[in-house]
Each structure stands twice: as structure tokens, then as C-alpha cells.
Design a protein around this ligand. Structure first.
Ligand code: NAI
Length: 254
């Protein structure tokens, strides 16, 4: 089944790498009218430049932990495309440590990037969606937000907060036609996981532990996740809101 996003405009954060990059590519390949890709990376990734998406793709370089970045990407979407149908809050970081080992700065960086950024994007994007009386917000959640996992000291609680923010937003804005869901990802093969494997000090041990912990016997590709985001951004799932949809190879089913 080919999902079409024709007529829609999306903002995707964390768009220069991994899951976010795959989402931007799939959205654009699904006939979407326009995407504003947001990332702290200064330059638009080569792979997006080379794909020649033309005026359907705009890039905003900015830090999602800052209020002004949300203001800028919202304005960019409105000035370029005139509306915002889909917001993907996807930018995220992980520091692989136990709770007491984090520095205050690490704790704040994880919480600000993974949680506070959702408050900032809500501040600017939700009023636009309320006025339109429609919108879809997709938050990238995690198995770490549902179950305790070793060395996810700040990351696990940050993703738990993302799941709760999803429920809070869903009930608050349902009367305005805005649907809000989180995708609770299992392990996805991205640079974030590679970095965590290196930080663990035992790359092969870390990766095989990840594979073994997923009943499906492997980790996922960013493209598999992006397909699900594309489906959830479409009009095919109009009764879904407030859900934490676990896309985790059976991890949390055990
Ligand atoms: P990634 O590291 O490949 O991509 C994350 C992107 O976010 C990068 O391009 C980075 O520059 C950007 N970013 C980081 N901090 C930012 C900031 N302050 N402002 C703007 N952009 C910023 O990581 P990945 O794996 O694609 O992660 C995407 C999301 O998926 C994150 O929210 C992560 O927590 C979540 N996730 C990932 C899992 C995995 O196994 N890879 C599992 C569960 C959730």
C-alpha cells in the first residue's frame, strides 16, 4: 500500500541523521507538499541536497533546546508553505550512564533536548494547528520510556516524560482536531546507537545484547521506523490519539 501525504506540510526535528533523516526522505517520497527539516547541524545533509527535492524542502539549522529555534521553524513553515499539518518531535540525545554518574550539565542537556524542546515546539506550532482545527504531532519515544534499562539514567526518565507529554497533549488538544501519538522505538541502527556502543567500552557485547533483547532477534533500520511515521502522519489513522505505539520487535511484550 502506498501512503500519500499529498497536500500536507510537515516539520521534522533531528532531521540530519538516523530516524529523522529517514522520515524526511520518506515524507518527501510520499508526495508531501513541503517539509521543514530542523537540526543542530549547520548544513543540510548531502543526501538531501543530492536528492533534489527543490522548493518542497526547507532546512533550519538550530538548537531545539532554544525557544527561538521553534519560533524560526514555525515561521519558515508558514512563510514557505502556509500551514503546518504534521510536527515530528524527533531530535534526541543519550548519555550512557547510571543516574548518579551524570554531571548536572549532562542531565540538563538530555532533559532539555528530549523533553523541554517539546514544550517549545508546542508553544509555536499548536496555536497554528488550533486555528486550522487540524494537525498531527508525532513524538519519538522509546522502550526506555516504558521499562527500566541499565545506564539510561537521564535518557529513560526523559522518554517517560515524552510519553506522558503525548497523553497530556492528546487530551488537551483533541477538541481542536489535533492528534498526538508517540512511537516507542526499540533499538534502531543509527549513529546514536553506535555512539552508545562506543561509550559502553564493549561494542560487540553491547550490540549483541541489544539484538538478543529484542524477541524478533535483530534491531531495526531507520527506514522501517520512517514507514510507520509516514503511515501515522497520513489520514489513514484518524482515530489514533494519545497512544504510545511500541515499535520494538517485541521488547516490551516480554
Ligand atoms: P541520531 O543521533 O542519528 O539523530 C539525532 C539527530 O538529532 C541528529 O541529527 C542530531 O544532530 C539532532 N539533534 C541532537 N540534539 C539536537 C538539538 N539540541 N537541536 C537540534 N537537533 C538536535 O539519533 P536517532 O537514533 O536517529 O534518534 C532520533 C530519536 O529517536 C531520538 O529522540 C532518540 O531518542 C529516539 N530513539 C532512538 C532509538 C535508537 O535505537 N536509535 C531508540 C528509541 C528512541
Amino acid at each position: 500500500m502506498k501512503v500519500s501525504l499529498a497536500g500536507k506540510v510537515a516539520i521534522v526535528t533531528g532531521a540530519a541523521s538516523g530516524i529523522g533523516l529517514a522520515i524526511v526522505q520518506q515524507f518527501l517520497d510520499s508526495e508531501i507538499d513541503g517539509v521543514v527539516a530542523v537540526d543542530i547541524a549547520r548544513e543540510i545533509p548531502d543526501v538531501l541536497l543530492q536528492a533534489n527535492y527543490g522548493s518542497r524542502l526547507k532546512y533550519v539549522s538550530g538548537d531545539v533546546t532554544l525557544d527561538e529555534t521553534s519560533n524560526r521553524f514555525t515561521q519558515m513553515a508558514l512563510e514557505s508553505f502556509g500551514r503546518i499539518d504534521v510536527l515530528v518531535n524527533n531530535a534526541g540525545i543519550n548519555v550512557v550512564k547510571r543516574i548518579h554518574e551524570h554531571t548536572s550539565d549532562e542531565w540538563d542537556r538530555v532533559m532539555n533536548t528530549n523533553v523541554k524542546a517539546l514544550f517549545y515546539s508546542a508553544k509555536y506550532v499548536i496555536p497554528v494547528m488550533m486555528q486550522q482545527k487540524s494537525g498531527v504531532i508525532l513524538n519519538t519515544g522509546s522502550i526506555s520510556g516504558e521499562v527500566g534499562l541499565l545506564t539510561q539514567g537521564a535518557y529513560g526518565p526523559s522518554k517517560g516524560a515524552v510519553h506522558e507529554l503525548t497523553r497530556q497533549m492528546a487530551i488537551e488538544y483533541a477538541p481542536y482536531g489535533i492528534r498526538v501519538n508517540a512511537i516507542g522505538c526499540g533499538t534502531i541502527d543509527t549513529p546514536l546507537v553506535t555512539k552508545s556502543a562506543i561509550e559502553s567500552g564493549n561494542i560487540e557485547g553491547f550490540m549483541s545484547m541489544l539484538r538478543d533483547n529484542h524477541p524478533i532477534g535483530r534491531i531495526a533500520s531507520p527506514e522501517e521506523v520512517a514507514g510507520f511515521f509516514t503511515y501515522l502522519a497520513s489520514d489513514l489513522v484518524s482515530f489514533f490519539t494519545g497512544s504510545i505505539l511500541m515499535m520494538d520487535g517485541g521488547f516490551t511484550a516480554r
